[in-house]
Design a binder for this molecule. Structure first.
Ligand code: NAD
Ligand code: UDP
Length: 334
């Protein structure tokens, strides 16, 4: 494993993964259409690692651009981040999501097959487990019909990769991320939400910065320790490192496809996240309790024993680190 293609490598998780790959000695080529990222991320990655990143501005749906790229490089593996990810938007614009997330994957698999590139790491999500009562979730927890077109794309992409890999010399790892938050400790890269954030942590940091007036907690009458929802928040740098471990493992694995939960194994309530943010940063947050958000799952967190045992990966950062780094990053943004 030496040269890796990272699709969506200028995005939030992709950029942190490119840093970890470069720091681990991989040669990285990024393909991104800047749909949800900025070209300046390239310079910020380079400022952290001190190494140049080869960035190709193109769409994964552009088979000709992909073909040209695969003709001019020999890739040992691909990490496929490029996708749309806003759950609410996917409900309003399902075709946009099916097109980008599913057709994009099919286009990529076609070019990988043509050029005999046979290792793929795919970004999946704990959303595939739906509102399960089976907690913590293991990789064998039943997959449920998705609540949104976005969730459906993740289930379908997992199925497409599994079917494709079965009859080919192809190996793939599906990583089911829990809730990625935080930013690089250098504060040079982080999340760049477009418009009003839907996710908790960017909403917290934007409220603390004064961009948003007040955070609303969506429901305090859940059956959890303080009544607010529970999620398994995972530092984006820890998540990025899991991709490096997956790449190191994928080629030698016996089965064609394997799947890993990537979380900390701990659940935190919304109130605990806010409390950590306030304490670690010494900032008072303006928030109110509001009503439940439609479609929210009461609680979910990961059983991480498989990723720990097989990939020898464990989360290192705490919720306090996540809140500290998220705030340091927010403070750098205009
Ligand atoms: P992001 O939007 O920050 O990054 C995605 C990147 O892909 C962006 O840079 C975007 O410009 C690019 N892109 C999108 N469509 C493209 C296309 N057709 N061709 C080329 N580039 C394209 O998102 P992220 O948070 O870094 O998520 C990365 C992956 O992880 C996605 O597949 C997402 O569904 C998955 N995921 C994210 C989360 C999360 O909470 N952030 C959770 C679970 C899974
Ligand atoms: N949340 C909230 N207020 C917000 C955004 C999110 O209370 O403005 C809650 C949400 O109800 C959920 C948790 O924070 O319980 C995490 O939400 P997020 O959208 O970040 O992740 P997801 O729901 O997709 O796991």
């Amino acid at each position: 494993m030496h040269k890796i293609l990272v699709t969506g490598g200028l995005g939030y998780i992709g950029s942190h993964t490119v840093v970890e790959l470069q720091q681990d000695g991989f040669d990285v080529v990024v393909l991104d259409n800047l749909n949800n990222s900025k070209l300046e991320v390239k310079e910020n990655i380079e400022a952290i690692t001190g190494k140049p990143v080869d960035v190709i501005i193109a769409d994964v749906n552009d088979s000709k651009a992909l073909n040209d790229l695969f003709s001019s490089h020999h890739f040992d593996g691909v990490i496929h981040f490029a996708a749309h990810k806003a759950v609410g938007e996917s409900v309003e614009h399902p075709i946009k999501y099916y097109h980008n997330n599913i057709t994009g994957l099919i286009s990529l698999l076609g070019v990988m097959e043509r050029h005999k590139v046979s290792n793929l790491i795919f970004s999946s999500s704990c959303t595939v487990y739906g509102a399960t009562k089976d907690l913590p979730v293991t990789e064998t927890t039943k997959i449920q019909k998705a609540e949104s077109p976005y969730g459906t794309t993740k289930i379908l992409c997992e199925d497409i990769i599994t079917d494709f890999a079965k009859h080919k010399e192809f190996k793939s790892i599906l990583l089911r991320y829990f809730n990625p938050v935080g930013a690089h400790p250098s504060a040079k890269i982080g999340e760049l939400p477009l418009g009003v954030p839907n996710n908790l942590v960017p909403y917290i940091t934007q409220t603390a910065k004064g961009i948003r007036e007040q955070l609303t907690i969506f429901g305090s009458d859940y059956n959890t320790k303080d009544g607010t929802c529970v999620r398994d928040y995972i530092h984006v740098v820890d998540l990025a490192k899991a991709h490096v471990k997956a790449l190191e493992y994928v080629n030698g694995m016996k089965q064609h496809v394997d799947v890993f939960n990537v979380g900390t194994g701990n659940g935190n309530t919304v109130l605990e996240v806010i409390d950590a943010f306030e304490k670690v940063n010494d900032v008072k947050l303006n928030y109110q309790i509001g009503s439940r958000r439609a479609g929210d799952i009461e609680q979910i967190w990961a059983d991480t024993s498989k990723v720990s045992k097989v990939l020898n990966w464990n989360a290192q950062y705490t919720i306090n680190d996540m809140m500290k780094h998220a705030w340091a990053w927010q403070k750098t943004l205009k």
